[in-house]
Design a protein around this ligand. Structure first.
Ligand SMILES: Cc1cc2nc3c(=O)[nH]c(=O)nc-3n(C[C@H](O)[C@H](O)[C@H](O)COP(=O)(O)O)c2cc1C
Ligand SMILES: [Mn+2]
Length: 503
């Protein structure tokens, strides 16, 4: 018996999406060479259901692909439904509800995984010379990509040499050879940190990669939890049940027992190979490839008719925005709150491609602190930019909490009408940051510092807890009885069904 439910069983997650009409069983033959990628890109753009490619024209028969596993949903009232399903939450869960849930689990005691003797991921076991990754339908996702990507929605499993800390983390892997992959392991990310510990001893890093993992585990592996925190224990606390894990065949690591595909092997201490380019989270595909570590695969285990999930990175919204951005929002919000700053919510607008985070400020509490705008900006920068989560966030926008920061229209309006061009921009040239941000200078990329800003969209009087004037809107500009009459009579006026939202 394996554990069930959409948060802890990827196969159940897919079945639930199909049952709710938020996935489509694509039975016509589809090529993993660009066609599956193109369909998935269009699915993101149109908020169409996730495509389950049943019949791929390359790779062993029976292998399947799920595109857009956390794309936004076009089902009314369920925009974040596919994301919420990763955590077993109702499909109408709102972003603030989800963030509170993620934060509560960070404050709870970890629930370590439970070791079981076997599981569905052992239905097929290939070792040694039997391993040939090219037998899977490894997709070419964009025409400009430097290769086929096996791992775009899976996580790496590595453990420190002293076995104190096991890290699960999402980072892409490109097919390199029959039994090798190549992909980034940035030194600031936990995969890179642990790989370095082994490499400094001159040893290979024992490694596994999990594809079609329990969705809650995948999301936690894409979450910048602090160093030394096991993502597995966090997942247990988050879903209220330990994750069932099994031992790998070859290297004494543990992987979720019902994963679709598990790759086992090691990372070379010194060997690199060119990786990329690939269409990326910020929305661009650049031309260069870069030398990255090589991952050697010594065993592959997989479920019957395995489903390989893919993220086709690029302009929003895809999983780098809906999963990564949301998880960054949660860790950042908890950090800002626990530092005592008057912050009510933090949200990486999906539309901003995980390149900015909007922070909502409680202006009454702000007034009590007596802070100036510069003091507030500097405090936010100090708390955030030096942290594991804030390293990922180049721009922070501060807005008053009358704005719903999960609504990009309101954020744009606040920025346009409240941010003073002369005084509202605070720069942090010494702050460390992720070097992938497109606008960075060559120097900033080299030093890993700068290009970071806090933009204040707070009006001067909001530092005294006040907002001049009122928002001229449907909600504020009419008495309640008039609003009610208008809503009730909407169809009678000749407008058809009432609009989805009003402000
Ligand atoms: C779909 C997806 C793709 C990602 N791709 C990468 C990647 O290729 N490289 C990377 O360093 N981080 C990538 N991330 C972000 C990391 O998973 C994230 O920063 C996470 O916190 C890393 O784990 P760690 O905090 O344990 O180091 C991706 C996240 C998601 C959700
Ligand atoms: Mn980690």
């Amino acid at each position: 018996m394996t554990q069930h439910g959409s948060s802890l069983n990827f196969r159940d997650f897919v079945a639930d999406l199909l049952a709710t009409g938020d996935a489509v069983d694509v039975r016509v033959p589809v090529s993993p060479t660009l066609e599956a990628g193109a369909i998935t890109r269009r699915v993101y753009d149109t908020k169409a259901p996730a495509p389950l490619f049943d019949h791929l024209t390359e790779g062993n028969p029976g292998c399947r692909i799920l595109g857009a596993p956390a794309g936004l949903s076009g089902i009314p009232g369920e925009t974040y439904g596919r994301l919420a399903a990763h955590f077993g939450l109702p499909r109408d869960t709102t972003p603030p509800e989800l963030l509170e849930r993620l934060i509560t689990a960070m404050d709870a005691a970890p629930m370590p995984p439970r070791v079981v003797s076997t599981g569905p991921c052992k239905e097929n076991v290939l070792t040694g010379d039997e391993v040939d990754l090219r037998h899977f339908p490894v997709p070419l996702l964009h025409e400009q990509d430097g290769g086929r990507y096996f791992g775009t929605y899976g996580f790496h499993v590595v453990r420190t040499p002293d076995a104190r800390w096991t890290s699960w983390s999402v980072s892409r892997t490109m097919l390199h050879g029959r039994n090798t992959l190549v992909g980034p392991a940035m030194p600031q990310q936990h995969l890179g940190m642990i790989h370095r510990m082994w490499a400094e001893r001159g040893e290979r890093t024992p490694w596994a990669m999990v594809l079609g993992a329990p969705p809650a585990a995948l999301a936690a592996a894409g979450m910048p939890l602090p160093a030394e925190v096991d993502e597995a224990g966090y997942v247990g606390a988050l879903v209220g049940s330990p994750v069932d894990v099994v031992r790998t065949e070859t290297n004494d690591l543990y992987v979720p027992a019902n994963s679709e595909i598990v790759l086992e092997g090691w990372i070379s201490p010194e060997e690199t190979a060119p990786e990329g380019p690939m269409g990326e989270y910020h929305g661009y595909a650049f031309e260069e490839s870069r030398p990255q570590p090589v991952f050697h695969v010594e065993a592959v285990t997989f479920r019957d008719r395995p489903v390989l999930p893919i993220c086709v990175a690029g302009i929003p919204p895809e999983e780098n925005h809906t999963i990564w951005g949301t998880m960054i929002s949660a860790t950042s919000l908890r950090l800002l709150r626990s530092s005592g700053l008057p912050v009510t919510l933090a949200w990486c607008s999906y539309e901003a491609a995980t390149c900015w985070m909007v922070v909502a400020v409680d202006i009454r509490r702000l007034a009590e602190t007596g802070m100036t705008e510069r003091q507030l900006a500097d405090s936010v920068a100090e708390v955030l930019f030096g942290s594991h989560t804030g390293w990922l966030v180049p721009k922070v926008l501060l807005v008053a909490d009358d704005i719903d920061i999960t609504d990009i229209d309101q954020v744009v309006w606040a920025m346009a009408t409240r941010s003073h061009p002369a005084t509202g921009h605070y720069l942090y040239p010494e702050a460390p940051g992720i070097p992938m941000v497109p606008y960075l200078t060559a120097d900033e990329v080299r030093t890993g510092r700068g290009g970071k800003t806090v933009v204040s969209c707070l009006l001067p009087e909001q530092f005294h807890g006040e907002t001049r004037g009122i928002t001229a809107s449907f909600h504020n500009s009419y008495p309640e009885d008039v609003r009610r009459r208008v809503v009730e009579n909407w169809a009678r006026y000749g407008f058809g069904a009432p609009g989805p939202r009003t402000r």
